[in-house]
Design a protein around this ligand. Sequence first.
Ligand code: SF4
Ligand code: MG
Length: 456
Amino acid sequence: CGVFGIYSRHDDVALNTYWGLYALQHRGQESAGITLTDGCQMDVQRGMGLVGEVFRKGLPEMPGAHIAIGHVRYSTTGSSLLINTQPLMVSYSGGHISLAHNGNLTNARELRVDLEQKGSVFQTSIDSEVIVNLIARSGKDTIEDRVLESVARIEGAYCLVIMTDDKLIGVRDPHGFRPLCIGKLNGGWVLASESCALDSVGAEMIRDLAPGEMVVVDDAGPRYYSFAAGNRRALCIFEYIYFARPDSVIDGQSVYAARFAMGRQLARESGFKADLVISVPDSGTTAALGFSYESGVPFAEGLIKNRYIGRTFIQPEQQKRDTGVRIKLNANRAVVEGKSVIMVDDSIVRGTTSGKIVKMLKEAGATSVKMCVSSPPIGYPCYYGIDTSARKELIAASKQVEEIRDFIGADALYYLSLEGLHGSVANIDHGRMCYACFNCDYPCNIPGGEEAAGSK
Ligand code: SF4
Ligand code: MG
């Protein structure tokens, strides 16, 4: 998911949130929503689909609104339904609260059962509603203490953007699984999942929130609270491999530079040679350029992507994904006919995309297709907000590299090594990242305990 928030008395907060969500659209395409407040009333507008579709008939209007938050959703818990869209909004004895969440809680089920026994009623099936309930039920006096008390009880991955009638709050979980940054705009303040959203509204990046940090913004400006020093840092490596936009900088590391380095390293490790290097656009393109730069094999556009279709992977059901591939990508005969090609993609999850693409390239006349993947084999599921799916669907959970090569019909297949991946994210100590979907080293409890890692 993607989250955005703004506190400003000088800007149209609804419009800026809309632009910010547009820049974060790659983080989720199932639904979008914006909440606004003028200090007295709070109003939310949510809908299914892309940001542009949800707000096609106009943005929510509220004269004097000075705080807004927004969310784009990519479902990992709770089905893709209108009821499960965010931001969530509730009123309680202390006023209104709206909340947008990126990530996945790993103890939501236990907390929910506990809250239900104490009389809470849940309206959605998403884990994020647990957090709203904890905040609303807290016995503390200030919103700062209510949020801190609540986050002390939740586990897993969460970046939160929360608004009350007079404050904007951002929270990044103690492991720092997902990114969250703060920027400055005309004397106002902006929170966003990725720096590309700050750029899009013309905000100046101040910094990333640290893992285990909360920021509270009101007319006095931002105040920072550190609530969980000493936890293992575990920024998700998949943000660099696939999820984030290449023009974003996360925790001081450019996403583009990381992907380019992955491609260069792939060229060195694989030693593959061919007439051309092509990418599976868009997610494989930066690594393919790095491969070409390092190897000297020319880059060409052997696959053309339909620009008007979203990320196939992010369609929740397999059927939508299967038809999605052919509509999304087509082989470019003028480029590949009679040529041997190296095809670079960022990851193989189920193997469905890759198999179809190899077949298309051969039908378009490619004489051989060697596939290079800018991440290691994904053998374990993610419990922290990326839908790499159940273990039984992960092709690398049950097949060796040679069997996968055979399954996708490629002439050769090479995956980037874990060490090569570490080296590509040069600005971050690799002990501070999560690689669990490659090595099963989960940084915090997963639902159902350790034994579930092999069975989900
Ligand atoms: Fe990211 Fe993989 Fe860790 Fe999930 S398990 S947070 S996808 S690195
Ligand atoms: Mg892709």
